[in-house]
Design a protein around this ligand. Sequence first.
Ligand code: FRU
Length: 496
Amino acid sequence: MTQQHKYRLLEQAEPGELARLQELVRNCNWRQVFHIQPSTGLLNDPNGLSYFNGEYHVFYQWYPLGTEHGMKYWYHLKSQDGVNWQDVGIGIKPGDPFDSHGAYSGSAIEHEGKLHLMYTGNTRDAGWVRHPYQCMAVMDADNHITKWEQPVIPEVPEGYTDHFRDPKLWKQDEYFYCVIGAQRTNLTGCTVLYRSIDLKRWEFIGELKTDLKEFGYMWECPDYFQLDGAGVLLFCPQGIAHQGDHYHNIYQSGYIIGKPLDVDALQLTHSQFQELDRGFDFYAPQTLLDGQGRRILIGWMGLPDISYPTDTHGWAHCLTLPRVLSVQDGKLIQQPLPELASLRQGEAQHVNDTLTSHTRSYDHFSGTTYELKCTFDVLDAEQVGIIFRAKDNEYSVIRYDVEHHKLVLDRSSSGVPLAIEYEETRQCNMTGKQITLHLFVDVSSVEIFVNEGEEVFTSRVFPSSQSEGIQFFSQEGSARLEATIWQLHPQGNTEK
Ligand code: FRU
C-alpha cells in the first residue's frame, strides 16, 4: 500500500469498500457496549473535550477507511450526562490546503458563545516533508462547524522540528493560552506556550521550563490545568526506556505536578514525572472542566504502532470511560464519573465471604459487561485477587501480592494475544492489608480503579464471548471478601 493511499477522504473510497468494512465490523465479537468506538476504521486521541451549551462534547481522531493511521478526521459525539453518547457525525473534515494530510489532535474552548476548536493541520509536500499548521474551526450552538481559512499559527518557531502539534487551550485572566507538544532540533521533547487575546493572533511565549531536560524525543498531547491549588501538566513522552515497574508501554502518558505555572517566567516547579495509568493500553488523554467544576479526563484506550486483534475486523480502539480528577498528596486521584451508575441494569448482587487458601465463584457473578467492586481485608493471605473473563484456560487476573507489595495485572491468558514483545503483565507498588478493586469490564476491555482512584489499570483484552467466569481467590492464608456486581448496559447507542 502506498503512503498516499492512507490519505484518502471518505469520498475517495473505492466502490463497496466502506460496506465491506462495515460488514467486517458487524461480524466482530469484540465490539464494545458502553465505550465510544468507531463505526469503522481507527479511533485514536480524544480531541476538543468540552462542556458547551449544557452538554459534554467529545471528538476523536478518526481514520474511517482502515485500521492504520491514515487521513484523520475529527468525529463528534455529545452527551447530557457524560455516559450516554449521541453521534453528531463528522466534526472536522481534513483535505484543505492547511490540513491536506489530516486534522490532527487539538482542543476546544468557548468564546463569545461559540466553541473554538484549535487543532494541528498536518500537511506533506511533494517531497513528503511534513509541515504542521495550527488551525481553528468554530462550532455554533447547532453543532455546525466552520473552519477558518488561514491557520492561526502558520510556522514552527526556530529551534523545533516539524513534530509540533496538539494545541491545548485554556483561559487565564484576560488571555487565552495554549500548550503545544514539540520536539527540539536536538531531538528531545518539550512543550511550548503561546498566548492570545482573541484566539486569532497568537504570540509565541517560549518553552515551558521543567526539570525534565532530556526526557524522550517527542512530547505529544500536552494538557495544562490547575486543580485543587496545584498546576498539572499532562503529556505523552515518546522514547523513555523502562525502569523497574515503569514505562513498559511503547509510549508513556503521565504528568508533572507542582505550583501553578508562572506564564511570564514559563516556570513549572514540580515533582517527578508520574504515570497516569498502570495498564497496557492508555495514551493521549485530555481533560475538560464541566458545568459542576469537575476536571474530567478521557484517554485513548490504545497505543500507536501496535497491532490489535480487531484490525482484521475493520476497526480499532475505543476511548476510556470518563474519570474525575482530584489531587491528594501531590498525586492525581482518578475516579470513575459517578453518572456511570446509570449504566447499571437490574439488581446489584452481593457476596460476603472468608476465603482461606482457595478460589471461589458465586451465583450471579459472571458476564462480559459489568461493574464489579470488591474489597479484600487480608488476614494472613500472601496473595488475593480476581480471575475474570474466564473459561477453561482463558482468563485475566488482577492479583495483589501482599507479601511482595505488588499489584499485578496479567493478560498472558486473556485470549488473543497482543503486543507480547512489551510483556504480558503490568504492576505497581501496593501496600496495606486492605485493597479495593473497582472494575468496569466491557466486551474487550477492563478498567480497574484501585483504592478509590489511587491507581488505574486500563487494558484491552480479547477473550471469547463465552469467557464469562469470575472467581475470587486467596492464597496461603485467609482474607475477607466483600463484593458487589452490576450488569451494565447503555440507555442510548453510541452508533448511528
Ligand atoms: C497521538 C498523536 C498526536 C497527533 C495524532 C494524530 O496519538 O500522534 O500527536 O496529533 O495522534 O492522529
